[in-house]
Design a protein around this ligand. Structure first.
Ligand SMILES: Cc1ncc(COP(=O)(O)O)c(C=O)c1O
Length: 478
C-alpha cells in the first residue's frame, strides 16, 4: 500500500544532490513512505544506477526519523534488487533491470534536477525536531488554558524573559522583558517600525546598498522613500547621504547582507553620533549574528546605545524561517507604538510556539543547537572555499568570516553575472546574484551569492561538487 499522501509532510530525500519531496502521511508506516520515495526516484531515473545513497544514519537524521526506519527501507529495497550493499561501502542503486515491473516505456522522464543554493535558508533538515517535540510536550503538560487565547500582544512573558537573558549573554544586548516585542520574524518587525515612522510623518529611511530587495519593498510600501547607504569594506556609511532627512536607518552591523563585512568601530560611532544628533532611530538587523567563525562576534551595536537602537533578532537562521518568530528590543518609548502597530497587523504570534521557544531558550537547548550548527557551517564554509580554490583559483571569494553564504566575485574576463546565472540555471543550479540586492542593479561589480547552509548534510559535498563543476563550465569564456 502506498503511504497516505494527503495531508502530508514533505521531507527531503536525496537525489543527485538535490531534495526530493517525500510525502509522509500522518498515518501509515514511515518505512513505507521512505521506500516509496526511493523506489520512485530510482524508477524515474532521478537516482541512476550506481549512485551512492547517504548512510542510514545521515538520512535518518535529515528526515527526522529513527535510524531503524531507514535501515528497514534500505533492506526491503535490497531484497527487491533495487539497491546493492557491500560491507564497508556505501549502499548504491543497483544496475537497471528489465522485466515486467520496469518496462522502459513506462519510465517517466527525469524531473528537472534543481540544486537551490540561494542564500535564503539555513539547513532546514537540521531543525531540532526532537527538542521541539519535547518542548511542545512540555508546553502541553504545563501551560494553563489561558495560553490558548490570543495572549499578550507584546509577546509571551516567558519568551521575553528567556530572550532578555540569552541576548544579554550571547550578543551583549541590553534587554529586559519590558523592552522586548515578539513579532513574525524580522520581516514583520521592519514593517511595524516603517509603519510607525510613516505615521509620525517620516519621509525617508536609510538602508544599506546593497540589501535585500524585499526589505526595500516593505519600507516603500509604507510610503517611505529609501535612501541607499553605500557599503564598502568597513560596512555602511553616511557618506554622500542627505542624512538630515532620514528618520531612521536599517543596518546589518554584525554581517552585512549580502556583502558579508562587519561594521567597523569608526562607522558604528558615525551612526550613533548621527542618531544622537538627529533623534533618528537605528534598526540593527542581527539576522545571523550567531554564526561567526573566526573570532568572537562583535557585540551588538545596541549594547553601545540602547536608547538609540532597535535591536532585531530572529529564529529564521538559527532554527527555521517557518516558525515566523523574531524579536525587537526597543527603547522604552518605542514599545507601545510597536505593540499598537502589531495589534493593527495581526492578533499576535502563536502562543504555543512562543512557549515552546521559551522552553528551548531557558533550558539551553537553543544555544546548544546554535553551537552545533556553528561548527557544522564552519566546516561547510571551509569545504566550499577549499573546493572553489582547488578548481577555480582565479575566482576571489569573500564574506567568509560569518553567515551562511559566500560571495564569489566574477573576474572581468568572465561572462557577466546575469549570463553566469543563466548558464548555471540551465544546468539546474540556482544561486543568488549581487545585482538584485543593489538599489541600482546596473551598477557595481558582478558576484554570485552561494549558500553553503542550504543542502541537507547528506547531500552537502555532492551539492558543492555539482555547483563548482557547473560554475567552471558557466564562466568559460566563449
Ligand atoms: C538580511 C536579513 N535580515 C533578516 C532576515 C530574517 O527575516 P525573517 O526573520 O523575517 O525570516 C533575513 C533572512 O533571510 C535576512 O537575509
Amino acid at each position: 500500500m502506498p503511504p497516505s499522501t494527503s495531508p502530508s509532510t514533505p521531507l527531503p530525500v536525496p537525489g543527485r544532490g538535490r531534495l526530493l519531496e517525500l510525502q509522509l502521511g500522518p498515518e501509515g508506516p514511515r518505512r513505507t513512505a521512505v521506500e516509496a520515495a526511493l523506489r520512485s526516484a530510482i524508477r524515474d531515473g532521478r537516482l541512476p544506477a550506481g549512485s551512492p545513497l547517504p548512510s542510514t544514519r545521515a538520512l535518518a537524521a535529515d528526515l527526522g526519523l529513527a535510524r531503524g526506519t531507514v535501515v528497514d527501507a534500505y533492506e526491503r529495497l535490497r531484497t527487491e534488487g533495487l539497491l546493492r550493499t557491500r560491507a564497508g561501502a556505501a549502499t548504491t542503486v543497483a544496475a537497471a533491470q528489465s522485466g515486467p515491473n520496469r518496462p522502459p516505456s513506462a519510465r517517466r522522464p527525469a524531473e528537472p534536477d534543481i540544486l537551490d543554493l540561494r542564500p535564503r535558508y539555513p539547513d532546514l533538515s537540521a531543525f531540532p525536531r526532537a527538542q521541539w517535540s519535547a518542548a511542545i510536550r512540555h508546553v502541553m503538560r504545563t501551560a494553563s488554558s489561558e495560553a490558548f487565547g490570543n495572549g499578550d500582544m507584546q509577546g509571551r512573558i516567558e519568551l521575553r524573559a528567556a530572550l532578555a537573558q540569552m541576548l544579554g549573554r550571547s550578543r551583549g544586548v541590553i534587554a529586559s522583558p519590558e523592552r522586548i516585542v515578539i513579532c513574525g520574524g524580522f520581516t514583520q518587525g521592519l514593517s511595524l517600525i516603517a509603519q510607525e515612522l510613516a505615521d509620525r510623518g517620516a519621509t525617508h529611511l536609510g538602508m544599506e546598498n546593497p540589501n535585500l530587495e524585499q526589505h526595500r519593498r516593505i519600507v516603500e510600501s509604507r510610503g517611505l522613500a529609501v535612501d541607499g547607504l553605500p557599503v564598502d569594506s568597513a560596512g555602511a556609511s553616511l557618506a554622500g547621504v542627505d542624512a538630515a532627512r532620514l528618520s531612521g536607518v536599517v543596518v546589518t552591523p554584525s554581517h552585512q547582507h549580502p556583502v558579508g563585512v562587519a561594521l567597523s568601530p569608526a562607522r558604528r560611532t558615525e551612526l550613533l553620533a548621527w542618531a544622537a544628533a538627529t533623534g533618528g532611530v537605528i534598526v540593527e538587523d542581527d539576522y545571523d549574528g550567531e554564526f561567526r567563525y573566526d573570532r568572537q562576534p562583535p557585540a551588538s551595536l545596541q549594547s553601545r546605545a540602547p536608547d538609540l537602537v532597535i535591536y532585531a533578532g530572529t529564529a529564521s537562521k538559527t532554527l527555521a524561517p517557518g516558525l515566523r518568530l523574531g524579536w525587537l528590543v526597543a527603547p522604552p518609548q518605542w514599545i507601545s507604538p510597536i505593540v499598537e502597530q502589531k495589534r493593527l497587523a495581526d492578533a499576535g504570534a502563536s502562543s504555543i510556539d512562543q512557549l515552546a521557544l521559551a522552553h528551548l531558550v531557558s533550558t539551553g537547548a537553543y544555544e546548544r543547537q546554535v553551537r552545533r550548527m556553528r561548527l557544522t557551517y564552519r566546516r561547510r564554509r571551509d569545504h566550499t572555499v577549499g573546493r572553489l580554490a582547488a578548481r577555480l583559483p582565479q575566482l576571489r571569494v569573500s564574506g567568509l568570516a560569518a553567515g551562511l553564504h559566500v560571495v564569489v566575485h566574477l573576474p572581468s574576463n568572465a561572462p557577466s553575472e546575469a549570463e553566469a546565472l543563466r548558464r548555471l540555471a540551465r544546468s539546474g543550479v540556482v544561486v543568488g546574484g549581487l545585482s538584485a540586492s543593489r538599489h541600482d542593479p546596473g551598477r557595481g561589480p558582478d558576484a554570485l551569492l552561494v549558500s553553503y547552509a542550504a543542502p541537507p548534510g547528506h547531500a552537502f559535498e555532492r551539492s558543492i561538487e555539482r555547483f563548482v563543476a557547473a560554475l567552471a563550465a558557466a564562466i568559460e569564456v566563449g
